[in-house]
Design a protein around this ligand. Structure first.
Ligand code: URA
Length: 209
């Protein structure tokens, strides 16, 4: 079974508190999400393999380490996932960015793909699927299925806040994938919102509603 990692760094937790606050306006919300995404990128890349190279400093030659191994791809789920991309790119600037758009079929209530655009070499990349809110788990699971169907081999899911129900559903459908979050909240309410959560992440990022 995939693991759930909660990033408990004090800066992430501090900023998440203000992200949750309903009195935080759009501009500050967007900035805080950007900052937390950057800090989460720092944490999620902690296990990246290094390789030794030789360089010349102004004083001498020395052996030193740089990141080796797989290239990274970020895959935000539209629309709210976009709010975390720039923050992550600040630390992983060479990452390529794919996009997955999903809507919920009004009759079956199942997520349906309406837009998928990915780097051509996703099978060689370490892909980080980004969705701020793991609520029912339906969209994240469908996005990961879409990526696996197109050849993705190495995937992680990164969210700001997850509901236990979403984690359970996602793990049932994708037991091979680890989940990285800043918080696991109490539950979903009858409208599918995470409690206590932060409201609608897309609306708060873009000032809609
Ligand atoms: N999507 C959101 O943006 N917020 C929730 O609480 C649940 C799903």
């Amino acid at each position: 079974m995939g693991k759930v990692y909660v990033f408990d760094h004090p800066l992430i937790q501090h900023k998440l508190s203000y992200i949750r606050d309903k009195n935080t306006g759009t501009k500050e919300f967007r900035e805080l999400v950007d900052e937390v995404a950057m800090l989460m990128a720092y944490e999620i890349t902690r296990e990246m393999p290094l390789k030794e190279i030789e360089i010349e400093t102004p004083v001498t030659t020395c052996k030193t380490k740089v990141i080796a191994g797989k290239k990274v791809g970020l895959v935000p789920i539209l629309r709210a996932g976009l709010g975390m991309v720039d923050g992550m790119l600040k630390l992983i600037p060479a990452a390529k960015v794919g996009h997955v758009g999903l809507y919920r079929d009004p009759e079956t209530l199942e997520p349906v793909e309406y837009y998928v655009k990915l780097p051509s070499d996703i099978n060689e990349r370490e892909l980080i699927v980004i969705d701020p809110m793991l609520a029912t788990g339906g969209s994240a699971a469908a996005a990961v299925t879409a990526l696996k169907n197109r050849g993705a081999q190495n995937l992680k899911l990164m969210c700001l806040i997850a509901a236990p129900e979403g984690i359970e559903k996602f793990q049932q459908l994708h037991p091979d994938i680890d989940i990285y979050v800043a918080a696991v909240d109490e539950q979903l309410n009858d409208h599918g919102y995470i409690v206590p959560g932060l409201g609608d992440a897309g609306d708060r990022l873009y000032g809609t509603k």
